[in-house]
Design a protein around this ligand. Sequence first.
Ligand SMILES: [Zn+2]
Length: 463
Amino acid sequence: MEKHACIYCGNTETSESDIIPDALTNARITNKNVCKTEHNNKFSDLFESEVIEALALITNELDIKSHKGENYAAYPAKIEIDGIEYSTKMISEKDLFNGRKVLVSTDKKHKLSSMDKITKIAKDSRKVSEVDINKIPLYKRVEININIYFSEKMFRMISKIAYEWYCSRNGVVGYHDEFENIVKFITLGKGDNPVTIFQNEELYKYCGQQISLGSHCLFALVDNTGKVNVIVSLFGIAMYRVVVSDAIPAFCKNNFMFMELRTDSSRKELTHVSYEEAENYFFELFNPSNFIEGANIAGTHIVIHKEISNIDVVLYPFVFNMMKCFLEIRDEIQEPNEKIVKILKCNIQEVLQASTLHKKSIQRFVKEYFSDGHEPIRLNPNASNKKTTLLFYILFVIGRDNIECIDDKSLQEIAKEALDMGVKSELIVTDELEKKLQNEMLSTEGYGDMLEKGAEVIKKWEE
Ligand SMILES: [Zn+2]
């Protein structure tokens, strides 16, 4: 029988812990060796929930939500409509005008809701005036909390992710003294803070080019002083180094590992004993003796790989390069400074601007905008929301071109064509392009019907 014991305290009554809090990823990874109350549930109150709350805008925009919850996370925002500013917590722009919600202006003097609802609230029709939200510009301002990335709660959460992941990939059962410092820090916030943040702009850029937008990445390696490091890249926004142990524990054999967790819930993973072993494995893949003769195509003999047909050959060089950087670059900090704040802001901006486009995001969008009995869609030429515009445009193309069914590949192709992009897989909508897409739709007769048709196709898209 498999033995279980908590990696924080040794308690043998264990439960399954989400290594990365469930609200922060669509790709769950778990550690079964964590006791239920003391070192699973309690962490949520101690540090996780505050971090999750502070990152609500990011998870919402990336279409990430807890598998337990019905809704995406709501984030605080200030909305300006017709010269009046409203303070609210919102899940989506659609949700602002769902007919039930009442927006209260920041100065508390105005309320905004559906005509029905607001007339009831006002009790005096002379106090009510009408605005057409489809015709007037709407400005949204969202405050971004940079300090959360340097908070003790964040450092403890990042330590927890690093520790639980390293242990799960090494089959660690029970508490071991080799992890004394990190365990103390996670559970009590005491001991040396094992976490630092990278502040090297090029490193962020290089990593960002190789992974999917909004992915979490984890790397495990042994640094030049023999310490076990886990690097946690959170949404590609902030990259943290965590010292998990001062030396390799004798019972942990895997010390060269990589994992990417994508927002579409897919993942990539490499597990090796050491840098050398990983390198040898990679180079051995190209050894001619690993290839055998395959089919004969029109007289031409082809060779195929004996064992592995779908190995991600591009992934290995990327991981090797990242590991090299983690060994050489020791330019990290724990306190905010101008340089790192600029990097974080820039990375957040990129995540918020680039729409991730996959089944989940377009289905969520259709559910929000094309619910049963909804009002006819009228695009607001004054509004600016690049993600919304792109998603409307995709529905428009599906409807216009009478596309009857859709899959991930055709979705990507429509987007690629709309955005006129080459191999780069991230979808960046510029101001100019947004205008162009809006104008194309607005100048097409019957665009509303095309949108409806497109939405129907997405609704019928099943697993
Ligand atoms: Zn425990």
